[in-house]
Design a protein around this ligand. Structure first.
Ligand code: 5GP
Length: 226
């Protein structure tokens, strides 16, 4: 009686660095690898020890990134902590049309730009349990210099204040719980009324009349039919 959209959703996931969004996203992908796809961003930032080119990012020089901007290659891009990051347009609409959910792991400015382009996207903000815990995780990662850690912490602090721009916030204290919450959000979003494409009646009027006549005893006096 109701035809729901078979299209995939765009799921924007943001979090201050160190909030654990990478781990959550890996779990989401593992939970439903056939129907979910993580967009690989392009960046001009230096490769870190735990990066895998072509998997964590596509790494390009600053100049190449700027050429790609001119070529309109990106759906959105930003300059974060002195480096460019961008979401390539390629594949996104094809994935959505094929019913695959597209996950964008991007920061707040990018999320704001996606909101303008794709207002029906799902915006989820992952929070660390506390700022103290965030500093601890940033230090533990050991991937950045002390100056970079401070810069990232400052940016993270600003970002936490912008959480109200998102639809959902998930605190990543206990990983399993955080993943379950994100799964619940995705499931609930699939039931949104605005995903209904068509409401149709598949029963003929005479059949409805007959159905009502057969069930007269259950029908209130006021609604009795002849
Ligand atoms: P990192 O250097 O730690 O890998 O990423 C820094 C920040 O850039 C993170 O908040 C990450 O989500 C964000 N980011 C990664 N790719 C993109 C992108 O394509 N667009 C935008 N706007 N942000 C991105």
């Amino acid at each position: 009686m109701i035809k729901e959209s078979q299209k995939g959703s765009v799921i924007v996931i943001s979090a201050p660095s160190g909030a654990g969004k990478g781990t959550i996203i890996n779990r989401l992908l593992a939970n439903d690898s056939k129907n979910r796809w993580l967009s690989i961003s392009t960046t001009s930032r230096p490769i870190r020890a735990n990066d895998i080119p072509g998997v964590t990012y596509n790494f390009v020089a600053k100049e190449e990134f700027e050429t790609k901007i001119k070529e309109n290659y990106f759906l959105e891009y930003t300059n974060y902590a002195g480096n460019y990051y961008g979401t390539p347009k390629e594949f996104i609409s094809a994935k959505i049309n094929a019913g695959i959910d597209v996950i964008l792991e991007i920061e707040i400015e990018g999320a704001n730009n996606i909101k303008k382009l794709i207002p029906e996207a799902i915006f989820i903000f992952i929070m660390p349990p506390s700022l103290k815990e965030l500093v601890k995780r940033l230090k533990l990662r050991g991937t950045d210099s002390p100056e970079k850690i401070i810069e990232r912490f400052k940016r993270a602090y600003q970002e936490v204040n912008e959480v109200s721009k998102y639809n959902y916030v998930v605190i990543n204290d206990i990983l399993d719980e955080a993943v379950n919450k994100v799964e619940a959000i995705i499931k609930a979003e699939k039931c949104r009324v605005d995903r209904i494409e068509e409401v149709y009646l598949d029963t003929k009027e005479e059949e409805i009349h007959e159905l009502l006549l057969d069930n007269q005893e259950f029908i209130n006096e006021d609604f009795k039919i002849e």
